[in-house]
Design a protein around this ligand. Structure first.
Ligand code: ZN
Length: 115
């Protein structure tokens, strides 16, 4: 799902500078009392998607509905909700072009609405 961003398209490292994706996920795992699996155990790839201006990853484990913000600087994912992972996070190869197009639509929409 792609929704128009309110300000800019963000990733985890924008919202939490200095906090790696692994640190962010480890924090949430501790809160959910889950142990992180060894970081060299990769279950496979998951694809990042845009949701309301954020690059996110949805947990591929069925029936988990977990999701969290993703980072292209540290493209890994572990689900702190169900414990699935690790996964390599795949961003679209045209990620920058997608962001540019969405920003252009946002600017055009803003001008058309007079806001
Ligand atoms: Zn999950």
């Amino acid at each position: 799902m792609v929704s128009m961003p309110r300000h800019q398209i963000e990733e985890q490292h924008h919202a939490m500078p200095g906090v790696t994706m692994r640190e962010y996920l480890a924090h949430h795992a501790r809160r959910n009392r889950r142990d992180l699996p060894p970081s060299d155990e990769i279950e496979g790839p998951v694809h990042a998607e845009l949701y309301r201006g954020l690059w996110i990853v949805r947990c591929p484990a069925d029936p988990c509905a977990g999701a969290c913000v993703a980072s292209s600087l540290d493209p890994v994912y572990f689900c702190p909700d169900c414990g699935a992972g690790w996964f390599d996070v795949i961003f679209p190869v045209n990620k920058t072009a997608i962001a540019r197009q969405l920003e252009m639509w946002r600017v055009v929409g803003k001008a058309a609405s007079g806001n």
